[in-house]
Unconditional design. Structure first.
Length: 219
């Protein structure tokens, strides 16, 4: 049985158990397709390059909550008491994990830019610092603050890239000559598609930067 059908059947069974009502198979398949990033169930079924059968190989899942909510509101004849996109997505995420179809990290978010900042960049600050170790060695500072100024999401046919720009800030060692306490950085987080439109391989992170001397002045 395909992952798409398993998810649709699970959604229908859960709805009936929760409400004693009925969710049609067609409606369930449309909602599942939207969860996986497709405009229609037919579009998901026509996928050949990144089939859902490859989902167990993915390491990051980023459900398309906006598309799911739009379909929930746009499909005629859906039960009026059907849960919202957040609840449907959470239900499907938990089912995929329990069934072994996906065992990686779920990025459940309405704002991917904010998620990249707070839930990826900050917990992985050490990766950024390691990449900037050469620049850090040129300064006289101790660095302990990663500040993300902006995140740009670039989508393409085979995945997407999140580009985070900001600064690594520190405190100068007063016993050493001042050589900067701020490093401007640019981080690319590349996510290659594996399955559907939301199942990605492990993020590839590359960072470059330089000591920011834009506010230096000569005494």
């Amino acid at each position: 049985m395909s992952i798409q059908k398993q998810c649709a059947d699970h959604l229908r069974i859960h709805y009936t158990a929760a409400t004693d009502g009925r969710l049609s198979s067609g409606h369930a398949h449309e909602l599942v397709a939207a969860f996986f990033g497709y405009p229609t169930a037919a579009a998901l079924q026509a996928e050949w390059k990144y089939p859902l059968d490859e989902l167990p190989k993915a390491e990051v899942l980023i459900p398309d909550l906006a598309k799911l909510e739009a379909r929930r509101l746009g499909i005629a004849g859906l039960p009026v008491d059907l849960a919202n996109a957040d609840a449907i997505a959470t239900l499907l995420e938990e089912f995929l994990a329990s069934s072994g179809s996906f065992t990686g990290d779920v990025w459940h978010t309405w704002d991917l830019k904010e998620y990249v900042d707070t839930d990826f960049m900050q917990p992985n600050a050490n990766i950024i610092e390691d990449a900037l170790s050469g620049e850090i060695g040129l300064t006289n500072a101790f660095f302990d603050e990663l500040y993300v100024e902006d995140v740009e999401i670039v989508r393409h046919a085979d995945g997407m890239t999140a580009i985070a720009t900001g600064s690594l800030n520190g405190d100068s060692d007063p016993d050493r000559a001042f050589h900067g306490d701020k490093i401007a950085f640019n981080t690319h987080i590349s996510l290659d598609l594996v399955a559907g439109r939301i199942g990605f391989a492990k993020p590839e992170v590359t960072t470059d930067g330089a000591v920011d001397d834009s506010q230096y002045y000569e005494d």
